[in-house]
Design a protein around this ligand. Structure first.
Ligand code: ATP
Ligand code: MG
Length: 258
């Protein structure tokens, strides 16, 4: 989606790839599913806790009841992720430094990826703070790094994390964002670049759809959650990807006023 792409990269304007109508109807469906399933799961969990409290601790049914509880909690986690996609998650907004946050999570990220993949990080000093929910912003970076690592199917590869600042005018000139960027803002960006398999434009058109995955064990929720978090923070995203040539995801957050 970046305007800096060369001619054989995605040519379609982003509104064809991510039509507003499609996003609206998917959000509507996700809101409905998340809301109804939350109610159903609340009933399941409420009843299971009554059962667990009332059966003898040595009953063979404890195991079955506990399994039902664990499964219902996993389903609840899924509906919570869907709620984040629809922008209805709960956010605790504070002023935070993206660089500091990245430095904090970097050791964990390095541990989570397989040997052969190198993570390089070059944070730009002097970037302003943003208003954000710390755990959500961490989740954005973690989900993007995890996708980058999954995309590296060759034995060796590199993930590069960069941070910096951009004026909205510069973004208008150089980037093609998923959503409109209001004029006059300063943005802090985090760029995650991989040397992985890249994506066709057909895949790119679907990546933010809840449950879209090309992976055997994927849930297809990582980028839906990223999108929901970005939208809840007034943020944005650009993608630059080509099959066989890797991908770059750049997420942007409005800088906090000082
Ligand atoms: N860096 C990347 N390189 C290549 N393809 C990517 C990249 N990031 C995302 N994708 C594509 O987008 C799809 C959707 O990504 P998303 O994170 O939403 O779900 P997932 O990774 O498949 O599953 P989950 O994150 O829920 O475990 C992926 O299955 C993959 O096809
Ligand atoms: Mg993912």
């Amino acid at each position: 989606m970046s305007k800096k792409k060369n001619s054989n990269q995605m040519k379609e304007p982003h509104n064809q790839l991510f039509p507003t109508e499609k996003v609206k109807s998917l959000s509507l469906m996700a809101t409905g599913v998340a809301h109804d399933f939350n109610n159903l799961l609340a009933a399941v969990l409420g009843n299971i806790s009554i059962i667990l409290r009332n059966i003898p601790a040595d009953s063979p049914l404890v195991k079955n009841a506990t399994q039902i509880e664990t499964t219902a909690r996993k389903a609840l986690d899924l509906t919570n992720q869907l709620q984040i996609y629809t922008g209805k998650g709960e956010f605790k907004i504070e002023k935070l430094y993206v660089n500091e946050m990245i430095n904090d999570i970097l050791p964990g990220l390095k541990k989570s990826i397989r040997p052969g993949i190198d993570i390089q990080c070059a944070v730009h000093n002097d970037i302003p703070m943003i208003n954000g929910d710390l755990s959500c912003i961490r989740q954005v970076i973690t989900n993007l790094v995890s996708n980058a690592a999954d995309a590296i199917i060759k034995e060796k590869g590199t993930i590069t994390i960069l941070t910096g600042t951009m004026q909205s005018d510069q973004i208008h000139r150089d980037e093609e964002c998923l959503d409109e960027i209001p004029h006059g803002n300063n943005y802090v960006y985090v760029e995650i670049k991989d040397t992985g398999c890249g994506m066709t434009s057909d895949v790119q058109a679907m990546i933010f759809d809840p449950f879209f995955t090309t992976k055997i064990r994927g849930r297809g929720l990582g980028l839906s959650v990223v999108l929901g978090i970005l939208r809840a923070h007034g943020g944005n995203i650009t993608i630059n990807s080509e099959p066989g040539k890797g991908s770059t995801f750049k997420v942007m957050f409005p800088a906090a006023e000082t």
